[in-house]
Design a protein around this ligand. Structure first.
Ligand code: GAL
Length: 413
């Protein structure tokens, strides 16, 4: 009888998708910077309040490259974690391998289909089934500017390439590093995709979404690489290998003028008690206003023992809770993954992020981020990373880089 009751009880938990028992999740993620850890804490606390324990598996490395390598090793050795932070095509690749749990039960009960935008569902669903719970939407075509340095330079936000270059020259004249950058492939690629987007939304789509050889290897791509060479001249000598959050710190500490980075950078500014509009300015990369390149962090649940399923479903449910979505994203710098969360609690940058996202989506100007795995599977993404980084480091001319993009992408497809 007791056994029967236990079985009935656990299937009720399964059906309700909510666990009050001593369940726990082991979570692999790469949120190790100050701002990221603060946001993670919001999730951890939320789950704790629901009686779900948390085993933390942080794997440092912005963009998640290292986390994905370690995840692969764990799954291969038969030791998958319960939940993993994942982005874009990586989620679909794991789903294709049959490694992910099905979240349909909780998604149907909570009506996810109606509130999670189609652009995200493309990565949260595989063959019609929910396989991941999106926690946020980040976008990558942002610039984070030190307000004091901008004011000293005349206070005007640059609206095009020439104005950007003029501003960077003024930062240099102030004796600060014009651009705070970390020389890691994913950071180079993040800057590069904003440069490509600034040369036209059609161009971005042809190059990174359609992988059209004419766009990948054409004159516009050469121009994009020329712009990278120019930006390289504004980076300090110690940029190589620097973590993105240390680059953010240079802007925060008045050592650099600006950083080209996704809105997770805002998490660092907030963590340092900096206020948007007063201490720093957030703006879209000059020439990209109205367009958005996005990436969305999602939690995918791996197929582990049945006893873990209630905790997995409870975590997925907690992640999609509208109140949690507001609380988490305010700290993380991202915007909610649901369309029904009011922008009330968000600062000026967050409100702009929410508005830009919905307008770009309505106007057909919303694109998956190449640098953050939302344009192509990892093999193609890594092929592009390689060319972009070699060109940025002066190993390839613009012309050779454009030609190499075509061959590297063709080989990786
Ligand atoms: C992105 C991720 C963000 C942020 C960033 C830097 O790929 O979506 O949440 O963590 O990497 O680590």
């Amino acid at each position: 009888m007791r056994v029967l009751r236990a079985i009935t009880c656990s299937s009720m938990l399964l059906l309700s998708g909510v666990s009050h028992a001593a369940e726990s999740v082991e979570v692999v993620h790469w949120w190790t910077s100050g701002g990221e850890a603060a946001a993670l804490q919001v999730l951890k606390k939320d789950l704790e309040a629901k009686g779900i324990g948390w085993t933390d598996v942080p794997i440092a490395g912005g963009g998640g490259t290292e986390a994905m390598t370690i995840l692969r090793a764990r799954v291969t050795s038969g030791n998958p974690p319960t939940a993993v932070q994942m982005i874009g095509f990586d989620i679909l690749d794991w789903a294709k391998e049959g490694a992910l749990s099905n979240l349909d039960q909780v998604a149907a009960k909570e009506g996810w289909d109606k509130v999670i935008p189609g652009a995200l569902q493309k990565f949260s669903k595989y063959e019609g089934h929910w396989i991941a719970a999106p926690v946020n939407v980040h976008s990558t075509n942002w610039v984070w500017i030190n307000k004091e340095a901008l004011d000293k330079a005349g206070g005007k936000e640059p609206t095009n390439w020439d104005e950007l270059v003029a501003l960077l020259d003024k930062f240099r004249a102030q004796g600060i590093s014009p651009v705070a950058h970390g020389g890691q492939p994913w950071q180079d690629a993040t800057m590069f995709e904003a440069v490509v987007l600034s040369l036209g939304t059609d161009f971005y789509k042809q190059a990174f979404i359609d992988l059209d050889p004419a766009a990948l290897g054409g004159d516009k791509m050469k121009e994009a690489f020329d712009r990278m060479t120019k930006l390289r001249s504004y980076v300090d000598d110690n940029f190589s290998g620097r973590d993105w959050n240390l680059a953010s710190a240079m802007v925060i500490e008045n050592k650099a003028g600006l950083q080209f980075m996704g809105d997770w950078a805002k998490g660092e500014f907030l963590r340092a008690n900096k206020v948007p509009g007063k201490d720093f300015v957030c703006m879209r990369f000059p020439g990209t206003q109205g367009a958005v390149t996005f990436n969305s962090d999602q939690f995918a649940m791996f197929k582990v023992s049945d006893s873990k399923v209630p905790a997995q479903l409870a975590m997925a449910s907690a992640v999609e809770n509208p109140t949690f979505q507001a609380a988490f994203n305010v700290v993380k710098g991202s915007v909610p993954a649901r369309t029904d969360v009011p922008d009330t609690d968000f600062d000026a940058c967050g409100k702009k992020g929410i508005k830009d996202l919905s307008e770009a989506s309505a106007n057909g100007r919303l694109f998956g981020s190449m640098a953050h795995g939302h344009a192509n599977p990892a093999a193609v993404k890594n092929a592009i990373y390689d060319v972009v980084t070699r060109q940025f480091n002066g190993e390839l001319s613009s012309e050779d880089a454009a030609a190499e993009l075509v061959t590297a992408v063709a080989a990786a497809k």
